[in-house]
Design a protein around this ligand. Structure first.
Ligand SMILES: Cc1ncc(COP(=O)(O)O)c(C=O)c1O
Length: 379
């Protein structure tokens, strides 16, 4: 039996939000990191074409792995062979595959806190031990090479995510290089979750593949490609881990849905359209960065990428779970409490996901203004 893992509290808020919506309430869904925009039309027609022609059985779309390999050379200037790329049902199983291929039960895996809830919980669920490194505003809520150098004893593995969830913050390129170097010196194997890599607002995010050939890389069609429900992602593995990963993947997961693989290949030719959604996120981010401090939410992680703002709510509550619930019940704006991302300090934070339309963000701000203003007065 695996160790007990904590539930994802954002799901509880999500369930309540959808229940309220079913009862006729108008809800702005900012609780999940789920793009509300539809994928490009070419994605739908590729899937429709496959439905007409017949859906192949177990299938690994080699055109798709080749197209993914090409992105590593065009975006980062690195050469990845198609044999290193495993198609998975999203980044979530890619993380399971990376952990089981790269580490033994009992392995100690370091990661940032705050961090994506499933990183910690997947490590625990696989009977490994998370080593959570507290990251504060001084480092943009991100890991640094100094932190890696000073963990005693050295962990077996390290999960990095840049841009990160819940903060959106990026590990600067030189720091990422220094982290790769520190890990190489201490024999720490890296898993880099690069699911938000193409969603950045100023500096581009580096890929760990630029600094080492010894890392696992998790990625997905859920965010930049707007295809969360298609459940498709991939894992890049180091050359010497290919055989082991083939064996584990063949037994645990086989292949992801053929329909999604066909659709994803079409998505990969729609880069201009997909990139244009960054304009919406950029405007949404600007609206929130203007409004939230005005409402009294002044301390936040630098939202360099992804589509999140992780803000301190000390001025309003001792428990952000209660605040999120009251915000939802009183205004219809659904958000996530920080407790998912940081069990110790997360009650002081909440996360706004702005992967919605600009109109929805403006509506949410209008609804939240009287809520936070009255809270502030009564606090
Ligand atoms: C950092 C991070 N990794 C992985 C995932 C899971 O992605 P997928 O839908 O591809 O399983 C998410 C989803 O929000 C995420 O934020």
């Amino acid at each position: 039996m695996t160790k007990e893992i904590r539930p994802f509290h954002a799901m509880t808020i999500g369930r309540l939000a959808f229940q309220m919506q079913a009862e006729g309430r108008s809800i702005v869904h900012m609780q999940y990191g789920q793009p509300s925009a539809r994928p490009p039309a070419a994605v739908m027609s590729a899937a429709a074409d496959m439905l007409d022609a017949g859906v192949p059985g177990y299938w690994q779309n080699e055109e798709l792995t080749a197209a993914i390999a090409d992105t590593y050379s065009s975006l980062y200037g690195v050469s990845i062979s198609t044999a290193q790329i495993f198609l998975t049902c999203g980044a979530s199983p890619a993380m399971v595959l990376a952990l089981t291929a790269g580490f033994a039960p009992g392995a100690r895996i370091a990661m940032a806190k705050p961090g994506y809830v499933a990183h910690r919980n997947t490590v625990i669920g696989l009977n490994m031990e998370p080593v959570e490194l507290t990251c504060g505003s001084d480092t943009g809520f991100q890991l640094t090479a100094d932190m890696i150098r000073s963990i005693d004893p050295a962990p077996d593995g390290l999960i990095v995510a840049s841009p990160a969830n819940p903060t959106g913050s990026i590990i600067p390129r030189d720091e990422m290089a220094a982290i790769a170097d520190a890990c190489a010196k201490r024999g720490i194997r890296i898993i880099s979750d690069e699911i938000y890599n193409r969603l950045t607002y100023d500096a581009a995010a580096a890929s760990i593949t630029e600094f080492t050939t010894d890392a696992f890389v998790v990625n997905s069609f859920s965010k930049f490609y707007l295809m969360p429900g298609w459940r498709l992602g991939w894992l890049v593995v180091p050359e010497e881990q290919i055989d082991r990963t083939v064996a584990i993947n063949g037994n645990f997961f086989l292949t992801p849905p053929s329909l999604s693989q066909a659709a994803a290949l079409a998505a990969m030719s729609c880069t201009d359209e997909l990139t244009s959604h960054l304009d919406t996120y950029r405007r949404n981010r600007a609206h929130l960065l203007e409004a939230l401090p005005r409402l009294g939410l002044t301390e936040m992680a630098p939202p360099d990428g992804a589509f999140y703002i992780y803000a301190n709510v000390d001025e309003f509550t001792d428990d952000s779970r209660v605040l999120c619930r009251e915000l939802l019940e009183q205004t219809g704006v659904a958000t996530a409490s920080g407790v998912d991302f940081d069990p110790e300090e997360g009650h002081r934070y909440m996360r706004f996901s702005f992967a919605v339309t600009e109109a929805e963000v403006l509506d949410a701000i209008a609804r939240m203004t009287p809520f936070f203003e009255s809270r502030r007065r009564s606090a």
